[in-house]
Design a protein around this ligand. Structure first.
Ligand SMILES: Nc1ncnc2c1ncn2[C@@H]1O[C@H](COP(=O)(O)OP(=O)(O)OP(=O)(O)O)[C@@H](O)[C@H]1O
Length: 309
């Protein structure tokens, strides 16, 4: 069913370098959230902190009533079973075929017989469209297939939470579109809580229920997709529109005077803010009840925009 993750006052540093501080957000159970931010703002560090691979200096991460930051290694080992993680390159073992790669967590963490493992592996391979590729080695397939194999492997332990680290990196736009549809379909089917780190604005605009943005060592905003898409916060608008004008510079933040000048120029030529429709689960996929709430929220947004126009 997916579980809620409640992050409060989280701070992470490496030595004197503060990566982000006082991050608070709640990932609602079963929903899809996207985390955005310029390169180097610590999005991957955030994912690693959520699964307990990195220890924060301050704050809490509460899942099912337990604060992960206070757990010992053997307790964390148990909690990590709630998570499936899709790493950037799929993180597959190069010398194992796809079947064995996907079976690996089941052989490592369960005592299931091979017949049961086979049933699960083939079911997950089917979900991600990889049936027939069982014998392939990771080096023999495309980047998109490797991502899907990594996703199948992240699914075999039936996780309540799935973390995706740039699932779309290195894929062409068509493959990104297919992958986004797969993510939305999977979320409707398994109802787990998804957190996706991405740089792809088009994906960020249409896939999630919620969007968060890290900038200047802080979580600038986290909330429902429609709210972020309609936000007037300069850094949010700059990022979601992929523009050069705004507080984010090439290598670092810009000074206040420059930002003000750029934003003033933008007001002279206002951008059109069309509401991007939410990507829906494909035909034949039963939608969980929260889809009705999403549809209601979007209808309300369209009604308000029509009234404002
Ligand atoms: N284990 C570590 N030890 C020291 N510094 C680290 C470690 N891991 C990450 N960092 C630093 O933390 C900062 C954030 O890195 P991270 O990879 O999380 O950024 P990101 O937002 O995911 O970037 P990108 O979008 O480019 O992938 C970087 O400056 C990086 O050098």
């Amino acid at each position: 069913m997916g579980v809620e993750i409640c992050v409060e006052g989280l701070t992470k540093s490496f030595g004197h370098q503060v990566i982000w501080q006082d991050v608070s957000l709640t990932l609602p159970a079963g929903e899809v959230s996207v985390l955005l931010g310029p390169s180097g703002t610590g999005k991957s560090v955030f994912l690693k902190t959520l699964v307990g691979l990195l220890k924060p200096e301050r704050g809490s991460i509460t899942i099912q009533g337990r604060d992960l930051t206070g757990l010992r290694e053997h307790e964390l080992y148990e909690v990590r079973k709630l998570f499936g993680v899709l790493f950037q390159d799929g993180a597959l073992f190069g010398s194992m075929n796809l079947y064995d790669n996907i079976a690996f967590p089941l052989r490592e963490h369960t005592r299931k017989p091979e017949s049961e493992i086979r049933r699960i592996v083939l079911e997950k391979m089917d979900m991600v469209g990889l049936i027939g590729a069982e014998e392939k080695l990771p080096g023999e397939i495309s980047g998109g297939m490797r991502k899907r194999a990594g996703l199948a492997r992240a699914l075999v332990l039936d996780p309540e939470i799935i973390l995706f680290d740039e699932p779309d990196s290195g894929l062409d736009p068509v493959r990104v579109a297919y992958l986004n549809q797969l993510i939305v379909d999977l979320n409707a089917q398994i109802d787990a809580t998804f957190l996706i780190v991405t740089h792809d604005i088009a994906s960020a605009r249409q896939v999630p229920d919620n969007i968060g943005l890290l900038f200047r060592r802080e979580l600038v905003m986290f909330g429902p997709r429609e709210r972020l898409l309609a936000s007037d916060e300069p850094v949010v608008r700059q990022f979601l529109n992929g523009r050069m004008q705004g507080p984010i510079g090439m290598a670092e933040e810009k000074d206040a005077a420059q930002v003000e000048q750029e934003l003033a120029q933008l007001t002279e030529a206002p951008v059109v803010r069309e509401p991007t429709p939410r990507l829906l689960p494909g035909p034949g996929i039963t939608r969980p009840p929260r889809w009705e709430a999403i549809a209601r929220r979007e209808a309300e947004l369209r009604r308000r925009e029509a009234a404002d126009a």
